[in-house]
Ligand binder design. Structure first.
Ligand code: SF4
Ligand code: SF4
Length: 347
């Protein structure tokens, strides 16, 4: 059984309580924050368990890497306070079952690309110079759940489901034999570099963040880059909070391809989530609150003068792509923006 590494002594000695003080979805002063996080560490109930919208941000806010968000999710499950309605949790956990049939294990070496559960988006990758020479672990979208990192279940309050399935997913990935894996989705990257070590789950391969890969590949193709000159804003996804050390690659890529990364209120650490999980909670007021934060976010993009909203996560794109487009801002995946910069057409 895997145990979360959470050290209450770090909270006792902590002089910021930033995990909860900085939360955008609750108004918590420092003293209350200290009391509530220590209650959770002691296995006690807290209003935080009910009011958390599972935006992941406190994982980044904690300056001590003490995993406050994983603690919240673990306690939501232990105390039976799941953040989503029960029927949704019951059906949701069935969706990601990875062991329907067997994966096809092609032997690979060196560095490979893992599409995770997004193999239907392979068309955005294949045929691009950016990904030339990078073999894809599995092309078969029928097998994609064998590569599903399962971290989505943090939104369901279900660390038990993740912990039950994750080792099998890791073994499937590892059995291809590659030493380094570039993850198309940064939720996968966060799973193998943040969640797994936090729960003591061994990962036998090295993970590479997509944006780090893209940046290094663009450096190799530097002579082919034609500066794009757009004003861009970025929709930072919840999973990016698990790999905040890789977030600077956003600005580095924008700089390299000659786009202007516009300043705005909901930028970097103060990013606003896309709202999908808030809507999914289906609590009283969820719909109104989701519409409110989406409006604030998109108004902020417009005020900043963004011409393109760059997305990292396909789920954020699905949620915010249309409203962003209706606001006159073009939604585009980061990899597609990079393709444009080297003169490739994107569909
Ligand atoms: S979880 Fe982190 S930020 Fe929160 S009180 Fe503990 S050490 Fe401080
Ligand atoms: S996950 Fe988000 S909403 Fe929940 S406590 Fe952390 S910062 Fe607040």
């Amino acid at each position: 059984m895997y145990e979360l590494k959470f050290d209450p002594d770090l909270c006792m000695a902590c002089d910021t309580q930033d995990c909860l003080v900085k939360c955008q979805h609750m108004d918590i002063d420092q003293e209350t924050a200290r009391t509530e996080i220590l209650k959770l560490a002691d296995g006690e109930d807290s209003f935080v368990l009910r009011d958390c919208v599972t935006c992941y941000a406190c994982e980044e806010y904690c300056p001590n890497g003490n995993h406050p968000f994983y603690l919240i999710v673990k306690m939501q499950e232990e105390l039976g306070m799941l953040p989503l309605p029960d029927p949704l949790v019951k059906s949701g956990v069935q969706v990601g079952i990875p062991f329907r049939g067997e994966p096809v294990i092609d032997e690979m070496e060196g560095t490979v690309l893992n599409m995770g559960v997004f193999s239907p988006l392979l068309g955005r990758v294949e045929g691009s110079k950016l990904f030339e020479g990078l073999p894809v672990i599995s092309h078969d979208s029928r097998k994609m759940f064998h590569y599903f990192c399962q971290l989505m279940y943090l939104h369901y309050g279900k660390t038990s489901v993740i912990n039950e399935r994750l080792d099998g997913i890791i073994q499937t990935l590892a059995s291809h034999g590659a030493k380094e894996i570039v993850h198309f989705h940064d939720e996968c990257y966060g799973t193998y570099t943040s969640y797994a070590p936090a729960f003591g789950i061994e990962v036998p391969f090295k993970s590479i963040h997509l944006f780090e890969f893209l940046y290094n590949r663009l450096l190799e193709l530097k002579d082919e880059i034609r500066p794009l000159g757009y004003k861009v804003v970025y929709q930072r996804p919840c999973s990016s909070r698990l790999s905040s050390d890789k977030h600077p690659f956003v600005a580095k890529i924008f700089d390299l391809i000659g786009v202007e990364y516009m300043d705005r209120e909901y930028k970097d650490e103060n990013a606003m989530c896309c709202g999908a999980t808030i809507l999914g909670q289906k609590k009283e007021g969820s719909r109104v609150y989701c519409a409110e934060i989406q409006k604030k976010n998109i108004d902020d993009m417009k005020k900043a003068g963004g011409q393109i909203c760059v997305f990292n996560c396909p789920a954020c794109m699905q949620t915010l792509g249309m409203p962003v487009s209706k606001a006159g801002i073009m939604p585009l995946f980061m990899s597609d923006l990079c393709r444009l910069a080297i003169g490739e057409k994107v569909g």
